[in-house]
Design a protein around this ligand. Sequence first.
Ligand code: HEM
Length: 380
Amino acid sequence: FNGVGNRTPLFIRFSTVAGESGSADTLRDPRGFSVKFYTEEGNYDIVGNNTPIFFIRDAIKFPDFIHTQKRHPQTHLKNPTAVWDFWAHSPESLHQVTWLMGDRGIPATWRHMHGYGSHTFKWTNTDGEGVWIKYHFRTEQGVKCLTNEVATKLAGENPDYHTEDLFNAIEKGDFPEWKLYVQIMPLEDANTYRFDPFDVTKVWSQKDYPLIEVGRMVLNRNPENYFAEVEQATFSPGTLVPGVDVSPDKMLQGRLFAYHDAHRYRVGANHQSLPINRARVDVNNYQRDGQMRFDGNGGSSVYYEPNSFSGPKEVAEAKQHAFPVEGIADSVAYDQDDHYTQAGDLYRLMSEEERTRLVETIVASMKPVELEEIKLRQIS
Ligand code: HEM
């Protein structure tokens, strides 16, 4: 990120949200777009989606949201009633729901979709000056989508359709590419922008903050072993390098803790030492022990800091950009009054045919909802 011509090896995992491993690739769902950069200063993860926005803006709502996406505790079936009940009670979801029910809700392949960091992040330069930024990975293959009919057919005939497409494309040398752009907002603009720029249910206007090209991402190698590399990979929005920082986005703040908790449970305390997750540069820290510690565990070296035995020192090489904060610290719902303008803008961008497909998809998705009240609430 800090030099023209620099090449950074990376690893990427695409995923669906609601489905378990083995569920059909072509279901209507946002796609996970997780990128791990093995930089010269350690690993940097951008754990984004193929959409620039999200269903909610407050991390405290996430466990309930994700319950509605998963299976019913008794029937073990997907539950459209819960999905629409939550959305109808959470009007901030409308922008993401309009996106999801629109054409882009089912990408043709993982090669034919954009990727986004979605949240606002902060970059700090060597003079200690900060800016707010958003990431956009734009596919060089062009955006292509599947209709409901084709996606449903494929789900039956070849549930691994996207996985197979990507593997085969890379295998035959048809390497997919994305251009990486950022939008940059001067720090002081955040105080006066017409909406909260840290609200992940909204996009920043590209007229206000145009896309600036900063790099190119090429996927030119398949994993050698699915379990070792794909299954055991651990991504976290909290995996940062000097010069890149988070923003006050409440969703992002919540995510900083959640992912490493999941990693300790899902992979183990020493997941960062596994080959796929290990930084490609020396890592000097005082972490020791834990289940499945499979390297030398720091040998007999000093195991705390500060120390008098020439052990590595914690040095902040990049100055963090400081910014003033004021106000009351309290536990209050993070709510905004405008849930609808950007959802409407997205609708108005659609062609007549797209609008018709959007409505058909919403109707089909809502049909099994058990309570009339939920349908009425969502429609109103
Ligand atoms: C407060 C909100 C959120 C919480 C608490 C949360 C939590 C989690 C957890 C615990 C995992 C599993 C991690 C693992 O096992 O390695 C996960 C996966 C994931 N989340 Fe979130 N998430 C949140 C919001 C988001 C948002 C807004 C995005 C996209 C912008 C996102 C993108 C992803 C992706 C792409 C994965 C799969 C990562 C991978 O490939 O390993 N999440 N999330």
